[in-house]
Design a protein around this ligand. Structure first.
Ligand SMILES: *Cc1c(COP(=O)(O)O)cnc(C)c1O
Length: 390
């Protein structure tokens, strides 16, 4: 497998896995629930240019974005369907977002005024989703636990410059009991706010991947699915497939005697002679120093531990136990090699936080290429302006 440009490492995105995951989730959600595929942060580092054409071909109902850059990339991919922003945006962002037809996430009464002000200045209406704090994230939702809160929310709904098509919330925890309780509060509070003839025209939504796939009562009219598309979930009995692989090659191998200290700050001391392989990636590439001494990679289908303190452009793994390991060998830092895999759970354990915290950066910092889907390039070409025919 050759990288798109000669580089210390690269990211491979398996289009077949993404298509499979979308179909599997679509089937799990059932026909009554709309599917909003979330591609914020350049599709969680997987590349909107690769992912959006696959989503369009899979007929998701809607795409969720954060930045206008995400929205531009989705439109460039040829997707003409609905776009929802999954966070509140600033005045200039909302104004610029009109050209992409973004439905804005309303994150409070004052924020509603900002979005409404943009609509007024532009002489248009803006489609909007009003966020409630029913789930208790206390980030951008209106607190509607009091009659006053309900009145404020109804005031936003009555704003003639906002075409409020959705009412939403966002869960703080990936915990089933928490999601079930939050869903019940969202059900009651959204009903209280929407009480009236217009209620049926407003979609209610709060579910993420975890919520939608673990607690069906969280689905309401629409689910906002990010992680599941990329295979970063153990929901559905682990049926979904990780779509990203992060790959490098061994740059150099040396044997060092017992007692040697290894890496910056003399981070590690060898208690026996060891063969250490240099991997030409470091914290400049998103390999956070938290992985020092704890992360693992795959070489020749075997696990090798990171032994030194990760440097800006390199780190060392111990390959003493891997017969024949040599410079130029493929190294897998995330994903599968032979019958082994470095999983999201492995990365989370080593890093001490969720894997997305790292793989979003890997995907955005390293060169990226689509693999495993001969149809992907054709689909992208068909959707784009200047792609090859057929
Ligand atoms: C990122 C995000 C999602 C998707 O969450 P996943 O857990 O990745 O499925 C949904 N809603 C909002 C508001 C988000 O920010």
């Amino acid at each position: 497998m050759t990288p798109p440009v000669p580089a210390g490492g690269w990211v491979e995105i398996d289009g077949r896995a993404i298509t499979y995951n979308v179909r599997t989730i679509r089937a799990a959600l059932g026909s009554q629930v709309e599917f909003c595929a979330v591609v914020k942060a350049d599709a969680y580092g997987h590349g909107i240019d690769i992912v959006a054409p696959l989503l369009a071909a899979s007929q998701v109902d809607m795409i969720g974005v954060a930045s206008n850059e995400d929205a531009a990339a989705v439109r460039t991919s040829g997707f003409t369907g609905r776009l929802m922003r999954v966070r509140p945006a600033g005045r200039d962002e909302v104004d610029d977002g009109i050209r992409f037809g973004i439905e804005e996430w309303i994150g409070g009464a004052e924020h509603a005024g900002i979005v409404s002000g943009v609509a007024a200045a532009r002489g248009t209406r803006i489609r909007a989703h009003l966020s409630l704090n029913s789930t208790g994230l206390s980030r951008d939702g209106l607190e509607v636990s009091s009659p006053h809160g309900v009145r404020v929310a109804r005031g936003v709904l009555a704003d003639p410059l906002l075409d409020t098509v959705g009412i939403c919330s966002h869960f703080p925890c990936e915990d089933e009991a928490d999601v079930v309780a939050g869903s019940a509060r969202f059900d009651a509070q959204s009903r209280a706010v929407l009480d009236g003839p217009a209620a049926n025209a407003v979609a209610r939504h709060c579910a993420t991947t975890f919520a939608a796939l673990h607690a069906p009562e969280s689905r309401f009219d629409l689910a906002r699915i990010g992680a599941g598309i990329y295979g970063d979930t153990d929901a559905l009995g682990g049926a979904l497939r990780p779509a990203m692989r992060v790959v490098s090659r061994i740059a150099a191998i040396n044997s060092y005697p017992r007692g040697s200290t290894v890496g910056y700050d003399r981070w590690h001391r060898l208690d026996a002679e060891a063969r250490l392989a240099l991997i030409p990636l470091g914290y400049a590439d998103g390999f956070h120093r938290s992985l020092s001494g704890t992360g693992e990679v795959l070489v020749r289908g075997e696990r090798a531990r990171i032994v030194d303190r990760i440097a800006m452009n390199g780190f060392l793994v111990d390959v003493s136990h891997i017969a024949g390991a040599a410079p130029g060998d493929e190294v897998v830092l995330f994903g599968a090699q032979h019958d082994q895999a470095i999983t999201s759970a492995d990365v989370a354990r080593a890093h001490g936080s969720i894997a997305a915290d790292l793989y979003v950066a890997w995907g955005r910092l390293l060169p990226r290429r689509a693999v495993g889907d001969p149809g992907a390039a054709r689909v992208a070409g068909a959707a784009g302006a200047a792609g090859p025919a057929g």
